[in-house]
Design a protein. Structure first.
Length: 209
C-alpha cells in the first residue's frame, strides 16, 4: 500500500475552525491546513472577507511551531487580524482563492427530497455554510451506468445523481475538486440534516468578473 502524498506543493489553503481568546486582548485563530506549507513572518489573507495580516506565531498545544503542513490543526497569532468568521479560507496574499459566484457541480441525493431550478439551498464546505440558488439543472445521470439519463430535467428526485449549476447568494471560496479535493467537495443541508453531497466540476463565474 502506497500512502497518499501530502499536497505540500500546492498553494496554501487553510480553513478557520474557530477563534479563541489569548493572552491580554489578543485572539488565537484555530485553523486546519488543507494544502501548502504555512510559515510565520509572512502576509496572509482570509477570504471571502479579505482581511490581511502578518502571521506572527504558529501554535500547537502551547508550543511554537516553525511551520504547519496539510492535515494539521494549529492556532495562529496574526498582527492586525483578530476576529474572523468560522469557515473563512486562509492563503498567502500572493496566491488567493477565487471568490466564486457560480459553479457547476455533480451531486448525489441521499433521500426522498427533490431539487428544482430556483430552489435556495444551504451548502457546507470545510466549516463554512453558505446560501446558494439552483440556477440550472443540466442533466440527470444513471447512478449505476454513469451515463446521462435526461438532459435539462425540471427536477432531481431522491437517490439520483445529477449535474447542476449553483449561484452563490454570497461569495464562496470553493475550488474545483480536481485541483483542491479538500475544498472541492460539499454537502447540501436540509431541515433534518445532510440530504445530498457534491463535488465542484467547474467554476463558471467569480465576483471579480
Amino acid at each position: 500500500i502506497v500512502p497518499l502524498s501530502l499536497p505540500l506543493n500546492k498553494p496554501l489553503r487553510g480553513v478557520v475552525q474557530d477563534v479563541y481568546p489569548y493572552e491580554g486582548n489578543r485572539q488565537v485563530i484555530a485553523c486546519k491546513i488543507e494544502s501548502g506549507i504555512l510559515k510565520p513572518k509572512k502576509n496572509v489573507v482570509f477570504n471571502p472577507s479579505g482581511k490581511v495580516g502578518r502571521l506572527k506565531k504558529i501554535l500547537s498545544f502551547g508550543e511554537v511551531m516553525e511551520k504547519a503542513e496539510p492535515g494539521e490543526s494549529v492556532g495562529l497569532l496574526i498582527d492586525n487580524v483578530n476576529s474572523v468568521e468560522r469557515g473563512e479560507v486562509l492563503s498567502y496574499t500572493e496566491n488567493q482563492p477565487v471568490k466564486v459566484k457560480s459553479f457547476i457541480a455533480e451531486i448525489i441525493l441521499f433521500s426522498n427530497i427533490q431539487i428544482k431550478e430556483g430552489d435556495e439551498i444551504t451548502i457546507r464546505y470545510g466549516t463554512a455554510e453558505k446560501k446558494c440558488r439552483v440556477q440550472r439543472i443540466l442533466s440527470e445521470i444513471d447512478p449505476v451506468n454513469l451515463i446521462v439519463k435526461a438532459k435539462s430535467p425540471k427536477v432531481l428526485k431522491g437517490e439520483t445523481v445529477g449535474e447542476i449549476e449553483l449561484f452563490a447568494l454570497e461569495p464562496v471560496c470553493i475550488e474545483k475538486y480536481s485541483d483542491f479535493p479538500e475544498l472541492g467537495r460539499f454537502v447540501i443541508e436540509g431541515k433534518k440534516g445532510t440530504v445530498a453531497a457534491g463535488i465542484v466540476l467547474k467554476i463558471t463565474q467569480s465576483f471579480s468578473e
